[in-house]
Write a protein that binds this ligand. Structure first.
Ligand code: MRU
Length: 330
């Protein structure tokens, strides 16, 4: 099941908004629709967003080459794609990488951007394998593991980040159980991670996000392992809302808290030269459930999509180039 592909000149996305009930693919022919698909989370997960952005830049390159002023049009489309979501470093970075590549004659742009995206996908596949290998020392046979959001094959061009590590650990060592946070409000854990764990044959149960403290206090968790949307130079990690709370809880209960992410999710300019914008999403994601209003009429919602875990709470960071412990200096 491939989250991001390019077929017959179109960007093909597995529509993650409808999983696991419906398996539907979107065939996207232009940069604007690609931007909308990223913003509306038909594709999500930092590396997958980066990959989708690389393919979206191929579509943009093709469109711009047909415009009266290709350079100007390319800049407009690139800015539009880069603004789709603000927090994952991968999105803006891949747009910038593509822009750096598109310097020659505009007739060549599409092929250049497309072949870059294709090699990036292969790169993510290899990265994910290295992540899973490098994370293995974090696991012991029979461990009970808690994870948050979705970091599987749906979130990358390969087998996933933290998720791939979990699956590999189960294959090699045998895990007792994975607890998957449901991950309010978009339910990436309940819908996507549980789906992927089931397909991978990993024993698991879904918990509501608020049950994590209970599970830790009951001794049901030996390791918390998550992905990242952006890792700062000191190990601070922006990830799905609720991750910071898990890290605080893990520290309180003496449980290791690990982050698994490729180097492409690292931002050595943060903090310092760059600050990170935390995406604020539509309040209706919180106020409604399956399209039905559940919150009291007239109430508004605060809906930050990510939070930042200080590096001091992160026991280990796994990248494709190794396993790192604090203090971090990336
Ligand atoms: O809003 P999402 O679903 O794009 O958020 C995804 C996450 O927070 C993931 O944990 C992160 O991107 C790592 S994906 C390998």
């Amino acid at each position: 099941m491939q989250a991001v592909d390019f077929v017959d000149g179109k960007l093909r996305l597995l529509d993650q908004r409808e999983l696991p009930q419906t398996v539907r693919y979107l065939d996207i022919a232009n940069a604007r629709d690609a931007r909308d698909a990223i913003r509306d989370m038909a594709v999500r997960g930092a590396p997958a967003i980066g990959l989708a952005a690389a393919y979206a830049m191929a579509l943009a390159a093709g469109e711009a080459a047909r415009a009266d002023d290709p350079v100007r049009e390319l800049k407009v489309l690139a800015a539009m794609i880069a603004d789709a979501r603000p927090t994952a470093v991968n999105l803006r970075r891949e747009v910038e990488v593509a822009m750096d590549l598109l310097t020659g004659r505009s007739e060549t742009w599409f092929d250049v951007a497309l072949s870059h995206a294709e090699s990036m996908r292969e790169g993510q596949r290899l990265e994910d394998e290295a992540l899973a290998r490098n994370a293995l020392p974090l696991f012991r046979p029979g461990m009970r593991v808690l994870t948050h959001c979705n970091t599987g094959a749906l979130a990358t061009g390969g087998l996933g980040t933290a998720f791939a590590a979990i699956v590999e650990a189960h294959r090699q060592l045998g895990l007792s159980e994975v607890l998957a946070d449901e991950t309010r409000p978009r339910l990436q854990g309940a819908r996507l991670t549980a789906f992927e764990l089931g397909r991978a044959g990993v024993p698991h149960r879904v918990i509501v996000d608020g049950a994590a403290a209970y599970c830790m206090a009951q001794g049901l968790v030996d390791l918390v392992i998550v992905g990242a949307d952006r890792i700062g130079s000191d190990g601070r990690t922006a990830n799905k809302i609720g991750t910071y709370g898990l890290a605080v809880l893990a520290r309180h209960h003496g449980i290791p808290f690990a982050v698994v992410a490729p180097r492409s999710s690292c931002d050595h300019l943060w903090p310092g030269a760059r600050e990170v914008e935390i995406e604020q999403r539509d309040p209706r994601e919180v106020l409604e459930f399956m399209g039905q209003r559940v919150a009291s009429a007239g109430s508004d919602a605060l809906n930050p999509a990510f939070d930042v875990t200080p590096g001091g709470l992160v026991t280990a960071i796994v990248r494709e180039d190794g396993l790192f412990g604090p203090p971090y200096a990336f």
